[in-house]
Ligand binder design. Structure first.
Ligand SMILES: [Zn+2]
Ligand SMILES: [Zn+2]
Length: 277
């Protein structure tokens, strides 16, 4: 591994080293059966970025593409990487019931399940589609939408099938803000996360969306730190070229906030690993 190419911290004496990306979509936005041709470029990207621990987390509606044998072959071909079998469980009213059943059936083969809310009242459109999803927020009470969103997050947690929450404040994606302090909407959810011993991700995807802000926002991160909720690091890459996107920036952010450990998962068991070199 070339240490010159690794992200280093500029604002602290103690460098941090991010080494894991736990949110990646090799299938992108359609079913594409796992093959070495599909997956190997992701392993190559990870290696070139200095990432050593990665989790594939395709959307549950594409579960038919996931092949555990192909993941095992990929592990054999890339013994220097830890490659986790994962999935992103959505709250898709049409497809996620089948996704939940698939997760239950394959629980022991999976290392990691992300829980997500992409759907509000409309069953036919993810509210986080850009730009069309912003239409769902027009002429609406934004506080009520935030409350509804976090209620749905708690429903995903209550399935008992998730290890970590993805993009916890995705509701802000188009830039709509509640009138009250975010804590009013999120505290019960963080308590629930803590009680269930789940992690939340620090997702750089927010920096490429209209809101242009890390998921989750600083007050949520600070509250999660107080509650001792562990964090994963994530790019939500939908192409291998997006893998580890903005991780140097995330490194700075984590140092500034004081997060010095990340959580990794094997067969749903989370372990916190120090980030110092
Ligand atoms: Zn998502
Ligand atoms: Zn995702």
């Amino acid at each position: 591994m070339d240490s010159e190419a690794l992200p280093t911290l500029q604002h602290s004496n103690t460098p941090l080293l991010l080494f894991s990306d736990y949110h990646m979509h090799p299938q992108g936005h359609r079913v594409q059966r796992y093959t070495q041709e599909l997956l190997q470029p992701w392993a190559n990207s990870a290696r070139s970025l200095g990432l050593r621990d990665i989790a594939f987390t395709d959307h549950d509606r594409y579960h038919l593409g996931i092949e555990f044998d192909e993941l095992n072959r990929l592990r054999e071909r890339n013994p220097d990487l830890r490659i986790r079998a994962g999935i992103e469980l959505d709250n898709d009213p049409v497809h996620s019931p089948a996704g939940r059943k698939w997760i239950e059936k394959n629980w022991d083969k999976l290392d990691f399940v992300l829980g997500s809310v992409h759907f509000l009242e409309r069953a036919d459109q993810m509210f986080d589609s850009v730009p069309d999803g912003a239409g769902q927020f027009e002429h609406r009470n934004i506080d009520e939408m935030y409350a509804d969103y976090f209620r749905r997050v708690r429903q995903v947690i209550a399935t008992g099938l998730v290890d970590a929450l993805a993009h916890l404040d995705l509701i802000k994606i188009h830039g709509h803000r509640p009138t009250e302090n975010i804590g009013t909407f999120v505290d019960d959810t963080l308590e629930f996360i803590r009680a269930r011993n789940l992690a939340i991700e620090l997702s750089t995807a927010g920096w490429r969306k209209p809101v242009n802000e890390l998921y989750p926002s600083d007050p949520i991160i600070e509250s999660a730190i107080k509650k001792e909720i562990p964090f994963t690091t994530a790019s939500d890459a939908h192409s291998h070229v997006q893998l580890g996107e903005n991780f140097a920036r995330l490194t700075d952010k984590m140092a500034e906030i004081g997060i010095r450990r990340v959580c990794i998962f094997e067969k749903h068991k989370g372990v916190q690993v120090p980030l110092q070199l």
